[in-house]
Design a protein around this ligand. Structure first.
Ligand code: BGC
Length: 421
């Protein structure tokens, strides 16, 4: 599937989706869910831990003040996107985008068990209506890691019996908002949600149990399958997918152990889950940030260049992940996230340009790719790191809440204009 001529000009199929992505809790502000509770309980300790855990970061001096301040770790009003979405959609329009991925916040829609908030639906209907009026295709995520407090208190996805609540919420969303939606993304990164919350114990609900992690993972697969089955029964013309975080796992040398490790990583981190849901995927969402280079069974990545979070950046490898998944699952792929924490906007343009080239090569080699949704439209609340990492095409001033498109974003907008057909 590798393209024969790497120097061909970039070519994308007509209707290719060029856009950006966000998630509700990271931008909306004013939410009350299991993450809100956790942030408030942990802000002080996260600020304290930063003093010894984050000092190795490439730009530690530049982010130190924010990273050691407890208020950094509380989402609070975030970007106030809930109220300022029209202004934010105008940024999409200015960048000539034709797609936007966002999530609906379950805790707003069903704040108490079985109680639906009509005002939340009115809001999201207007929200989607506004996107449609700008000819921007909405891609709607149902679960981007935040849960209503009542659901978390019932045990969340750690209990198989709770899956029905998620399916009920999803059906409600299909019925209320589905008229204007084509793409539904059931889950965001089930592997990250499970490993951070139940294996490493770093995120809510801070469990460290292999057994429970496995059970949550299986329940998420079941939640996806049952949600799609319910959606298909309702008979809408929806296309269902989910967003899976997939890295490019590759051997750093020819040793059999390096090759075996890379193959095992593909299986354990990607195929194990995707094989459980493959029959219920109309498209596959790919979130790409990482490559893992194996020497023997250890990962040794090149040390440079690194983004502000210290992640090694290898955007061109996106091509190989697309080719691998596309060969294995034979589904259209949508890049639902890919981006860099880059306060100084030093790498973003390069990252986007290399990512687009990687996608174009994969397409030329025969893969079907339907879109590239950059993470993120706005600087936002980066989970347990809080607000200091800056992933936005638009810079957000958290004091005044003003937005400003970064130079890379202006460039991306012009590039989209040239590439769109
Ligand atoms: C998540 C986003 C997050 C981004 C950068 C993805 O794993 O879906 O919510 O902000 O990565 O870390």
């Amino acid at each position: 599937m590798t393209s024969k001529n790497p120097d061909k000009p970039l070519a994308f199929p007509p209707g290719f989706l060029f856009g950006a992505a966000t998630s509700a809790h990271q931008v909306e502000g004013g939410n009350h869910n299991q993450w809100t509770v956790w942030e408030l309980e942990n802000a002080k300790s996260l600020a304290k831990q930063a003093e010894y855990k984050l000092t190795w970061l490439p730009d530690w001096q530049g982010v130190k003040d924010q990273a050691t301040d407890p208020s950094n770790y509380v989402s609070g009003q975030a970007c106030d996107h809930f109220n300022r979405y029209r202004e934010d959609f105008d940024l999409l329009r200015r960048m000539n985008m034709n797609a936007f991925r966002f999530s609906v916040e379950w805790s707003r829609i069903e704040p108490r068990e079985g109680v639906w908030d009509a005002a939340a639906f009115v809001h999201y209907k207007k929200y989607v209506g506004q996107l449609r009026s700008l000819n921007i295709e909405p891609v709607v995520t149902l679960m981007h890691w935040t849960l209503p407090v009542w659901f978390a208190e019932k045990g969340g996805f750690a209990r198989r019996g709770n899956v029905k609540y998620f399916v009920r919420f999803a059906k409600k969303v299909f019925m209320e908002l589905g008229g204007d939606i084509k793409y539904f993304c059931t889950l965001n990164e089930p592997e990250v949600y499970t490993s951070k919350g139940y294996y490493w114990g770093e995120w809510p609900p801070n469990r460290q149990s292999r057994l429970q992690a496995m059970w949550v993972y299986l329940n998420l697969a079941s939640a996806h399958n049952r949600t799609v089955r319910a959606g298909r029964r309702l008979g809408g013309a929806w296309l269902f997918g989910l967003s899976k975080d997939c890295a490019h796992n590759y051997p750093g040398d020819d040793a059999w152990l390096s090759r075996l490790s890379a193959a095992l990583a593909n299986w354990a981190l990607d195929y194990f889950f995707l094989n459980m849901v493959r029959r219920k995927l109309d498209w596959l969402g790919l979130n790409y940030y990482f490559s893992n280079r194996f020497f023997g069974y250890r990962i040794h990545n090149p040390e440079h260049p690194q983004n502000d979070l210290g992640w090694t950046m290898e955007p061109r490898n996106l091509q190989f992940v697309i080719e691998r998944l596309s060969r294995k699952y034979r589904r259209p792929i949508m890049v639902t996230e890919s981006g860099v924490a880059d306060r100084g906007d030093r790498y973003r343009k390069w990252w986007i340009s290399a990512s687009l080239a990687a996608i174009a090569r994969a397409i030329a080699g025969g893969a079907r790719v339907d879109g590239y949704l950059h993470w993120s439209l706005l600087d936002n609340f980066e989970w347990a790191f809080g607000k200091w990492p800056r992933f936005g095409l638009a810079e957000v001033n958290y004091r005044t809440l003003s937005r400003r498109l970064r130079p890379s974003a202006l460039w991306y907008g012009q590039t989209i204009k040239k590439l769109r057909r």
